[in-house]
Write a protein that binds this ligand. Structure first.
Ligand SMILES: [Zn+2]
Length: 805
């Protein structure tokens, strides 16, 4: 490069325009758009478009609402000529669209050009000739006089030929003339030529009769204010301004094509010629999409429909094979994306504030004005999603990460948890030295907090019941739904089954609420001693709220032994989501516990110690044995009943019972997996019929005390009450169900139902001496009804039932 570039390059010569008006003008309406993608743009392609590609492109331009389309330079090639004929003959051109064709000032070429559009409804004949001194003197060796004569002569030819064509084909014409290149032509001479052309045309009028003077900045050689001066000067001096459409044709050599078009519009331009996404010779023509969207974001209807911008991008790039850079205005892949933490934070806050502002505005009937930091346009208006809005690299902050989690998992993390998870993401991002995708972040979140299927931690909750301690009966679900956190002062009991490193453990604890009851159970059975430092929850604002609304809970746990110390303590966050708020809180606690025990520490193994000297706290361990050996998750009252059986047996044998001993004792006591025939009531078959509503009717063949098989039936509100009604036809007294519980065992095609029934039997009579008793029955079956029926029959066989006389 030169140290003194003035030795080589001349600055532009400013126009003396002391009273220029354009700097204080504002935009009020959209200019007329002319797309020259199929002509100026196409001429500049390495591989010009095929007829098919040009047709596809033409259709897209029509779809976007472009009303003037320069389709070809028909005299230059047979392909271009054929393309124009094809558009006309295949009726591709809507009635309100003007096609435009370019021709130089040469009679034979003009004839061919006008032939090409014969039969179309509307056509613009665009003629140009060289008016600038360089072209006059060097390229064509014409004087000013000769240049004028050339323009006048050929304008007259165009007038004559178009009039003939109108007579023959009723084609309506507009005449467009370009002094080439306007910006490098002496301003007064450009006006002189245009005046002469207007006079030669002789019929410039108003509306569709206007003549178009297109003023190209064929090569951009000066700043945009100079172009605006040139346009304003032209508009001031040309006569009969109202009969003229002043058209701008900026190129982008200095990177100011958009600015030239915009300032030129303020200076009086009525129309802009350009290309979608700025294709064209060298740096290209001005980009119509950017111009239109610039107007749109000023609140002015752009008269172009770009609401499916990605589709427009796809069609255009497929046709002209020119990529759109990632940072390109409006259309680039990264323009709706923020990487920087402060930007992400501002966008996230902006959306929150806007939502509130819009709610207020809606109530007051005010317009919902868009005002989001760093986003001049709502991507949704262009058919774009917010998906790519925030992307995370090592420069990003917690705001963006939280935003992504909210968008993708509907989780609104408490601030301290955001900080904790941010560190996790930073570590991954630093380690892998790359952008973190939404998937990376959500899976890091799931992995860290053992959240969702496939991300189980060492502990997982299988089932639980929360009950209040003053009542032995489990609380109805509706009531436990009301519970949240620990604000209730009623003592609660947690009874549940958790899987611990794959081994099921029945655990029990009590506390001021479900969470502290669970923590107590973990302390008692697994020596995990944690306390809650922070708890929060929210409902998930999903599109389908209401019935299926879910609760999200967040818990920060600290080690309970460190609770009293004031130094900085290690803490673990956890998250849980469930339709049931108590369950979501419990999941959150387990999620945090799973993080805490991720250090691989040993957890106390299940040790069975039931014997003569053992204490009754072994009930949960006995239940744990049954769930691990048989898969049966006994209801708590059943656990207590069986534990008594175990203790009695231990007392009889004055010895400790092994795991296998407990399992066998369970099988023997409850005839579980026992094929020996029943001595009292057995069933050969049954069938269940659905009556009206919830009414059922059960009938089957049964044998009572080894007698002949009989068919009995009964009706009730469900299969089990129907069964009891059927049994009551034979059995004296009353059988009733005090407790019922079921769950599934196994997975996939192996899945079975397990049913538990606590059956009460009452009978009065002389021979029976007010016999009353109860028994538990348990059974499994692939069919849930059958498993319930079998469980009832197992209980019946354990009772001293008597038959009716
Ligand atoms: Zn051009």
């Amino acid at each position: 490069m030169l140290s003194q570039p003035s030795q080589k390059y001349k600055p532009y010569t400013p126009i003396n325009l002391p009273n220029r008006q354009w700097p204080s003008k504002t935009f009020t309406k959209s200019p007329i758009w002319l797309s020259t993608d199929l002509r100026d743009g196409n001429q500049a392609l390495v591989n010009p478009m095929t007829i098919e590609q040009k047709t596809t492109f033409f259709r897209e331009l029509v779809k976007c609402g472009v009303k003037q389309i320069e389709v070809a330079y028909p005299s230059a090639s047979d392909t271009d000529f054929a393309f124009v004929r094809g558009l006309i003959e295949k009726h591709e051109i809507p009635d309100d669209v003007w096609i435009q064709v370019l021709t130089p000032a040469r009679e034979d070429l003009i004839r061919r050009t006008i032939d090409s559009v014969a039969g179309s409804k509307h056509a613009i004949i665009h003629m140009y000739n060289a008016t600038s001194p360089t072209f006059r003197n060097v390229v064509f060796r014409n004087s000013k006089e000769q240049t004028l004569d050339l323009a006048i002569k050929h304008t007259k030819i165009i007038r004559e030929l178009t009039e003939e064509c109108t007579q023959k084909y009723r084609t309506k014409f507009i005449y467009e003339y370009s002094p080439e290149t306007f910006t490098q032509t002496e301003p007064d001479f450009a006006i002189e030529v245009c005046e002469a052309v207007k006079k030669a045309w002789g019929k410039a009028g108003l509306g569709d009769e206007r003549i178009i003077f297109n003023l190209p900045s064929t090569v951009e050689i000066a700043p945009p204010n100079h172009y605006a001066d040139q346009i304003e000067n032209f508009c001031n001096k040309i006569s009969e301004r109202e009969k003229i459409i002043v058209s701008l044709h900026p190129h982008n050599d200095r990177g100011t094509g958009i600015a030239s078009a915009e300032l030129g519009t303020l200076a009086g331009g009525d129309r802009i010629e350009g290309c979608f996404f700025g294709n064209g010779e060298r740096t290209g023509n001005v980009d119509l999409v950017t111009l239109a969207l610039n107007l749109y974001t000023q609140g002015i209807p752009p008269m172009l429909d770009l609401s499916d911008l990605q589709n427009t991008i796809d069609v255009v790039t497929a046709c002209n094979d020119l990529p759109i850079p990632a940072r390109y205005p409006y259309a680039g892949e990264l323009v709706y994306t923020a990487f920087s933490g402060s930007h992400q934070d501002a966008i996230k806050k902006g959306f929150e504030a806007q939502r509130l502002r819009h709610e207020e505005g809606k109530a007051k009937g005010e317009p919902l004005i868009w005002d989001i930091p760093y986003l001049p346009i709502d991507p949704a208006d262009l058919g774009q999603t917010y998906e790519a809005l925030i992307r995370v690299n090592s420069q990003s902050g917690k705001g963006g990460i939280s935003y992504l989690l909210k968008q993708n998992l509907h989780l609104d993390l408490p601030r301290k948890m955001q900080v904790a998870f941010y560190q996790v993401v930073q570590e991954v991002s630093d380690r892998e030295a790359r952008e973190m995708t939404v998937d990376d972040i959500t899976s890091a979140f799931k992995r860290t907090y053992h959240f969702g299927t496939g991300y189980k931690g060492r502990l997982s909750l299988r089932n639980f019941k929360i009950s209040s301690l003053d009542s032995e009966k489990p609380k109805p679900k509706a009531e436990s739904d009301q519970e949240s956190g620990e604000e209730d002062d009623t003592q609660r009991r947690f009874d549940g089954t958790v899987s611990v490193d794959g081994v099921h453990r029945v655990i029990r604890g009590k506390g001021n609420g479900p969470l502290s009851a669970l923590l107590d159970a973990l302390r008692t059975h697994l020596s995990l001693d944690f306390a809650i430092r922070e708890y929060s929850e929210h409902t998930i604002n999903d599109a389908d709220e209401g019935e299926n609304a879910q609760a999200a809970s967040y818990v920060e746990l600290i080690s309970a032994t460190e609770r009293k110390t004031t130094s900085t303590r290690q803490s673990w966050w956890g998250v849980g989501v469930d339709a049931d708020i108590a369950r979501s809180g419990l999941r959150a606690v387990l999620s945090a516990v799973n993080s805490a025990i991720n250090d691989g520490r040993e957890l106390p193994r299940l040790k069975l110690s039931v014997g003569f000297h053992s204490k009754s706290s072994g009930q949960e361990d006995v239940a744990s044995v049954i769930v691990n050996q048989l898969g049966l998750e006994l209801p708590r009252r059943f656990q207590a009943a069986f534990f008594e059986v175990v203790q009695r047996k231990a007392l009889e044998e004055a010895d400790e019972i092994s795991i296998d001993g407990v399992t066998q004792l369970f099988k023997d006591t409850y005839k579980y997996q026992n094929d020996s025939p029943s001595t009292k009531v057995s069933m050969e078959s049954f069938k269940l019929d659905h009556l009206d509503g919830s009414r059922r009717s059960l009938s089957g063949s049964f044998t009572f005390f080894g007698g002949a098989s009989r068919t009995i039936s009964g009706t009730g509100n469900g299969p089990l009450s129907s069964l009891l009604a059927a049994l009551h036809t034979q059995i004296a007294g009353t059988l009733s169900i005090r407790d019922y519980w079921e769950h599934s065992i196994g997975e996939g095609s192996e899945v079975r139902a397990a049913s538990y029934v606590d059956l009460v039997y009452e009978v009065t009579g002389e021979s029976t001496k007010n016999l009353k008793s109860s028994a538990w029955g348990v059974a499994t079956d692939t069919d849930i009804t059958a498993s319930g029926v079998k469980a009832v029959l197992n209980a019946v066989n354990d009772l001293n039932v008597v038959l009716k006389n």
